[in-house]
Design a protein around this ligand. Sequence first.
Ligand code: 5GP
Ligand code: ZN
Length: 141
Amino acid sequence: MNDKLINFMPCIFCKIINGEIPSYKVYEDENTLAFLDINPVNPGHTLVVPKKHFSNIEEADEQTLCQVIKIVKKVGAGLKNNLAAPGYNAQVNNDPSAGQIVPHLHFHVIPRLENDCLSLWPQKKYKKNQAEEVLNKIKIK
Ligand code: 5GP
Ligand code: ZN
């Protein structure tokens, strides 16, 4: 789906936040909502969203990001303590090219279980001089 189409569509997470669409709420406060993903990678897979609509990390202000990551931490602790998950993935698909389908900033918090057979993305090797070249482009001065 292209960016223009995504931005035109009404935001499904804003509808969940407003109560127009039901959800299984894991946590809620004034600024942040956490609810079960409708298609979990593992049971307990939770989405943590700011109540204010931001499409991605760059758009969101720092205060909002801090509020959301605090709740990611709380939710992750709950998954570990109450689902006996030894770990979890906390992930943002930031922009459609990174797999973002719903254009409202959200963290996936995915409980990981022993032998759940999930694997992360394949990794590559740097070619000669490539690490230095890319570093020169992205280094924050
Ligand atoms: P994205 O690919 O944008 O990072 O992930 C969006 C996530 O939202 C998907 O994992 C998808 O299962 C979940 N999702 C999409 N629509 C709904 C919905 O109506 N309710 C809930 N609870 N989750 C949804
Ligand atoms: Zn929204």
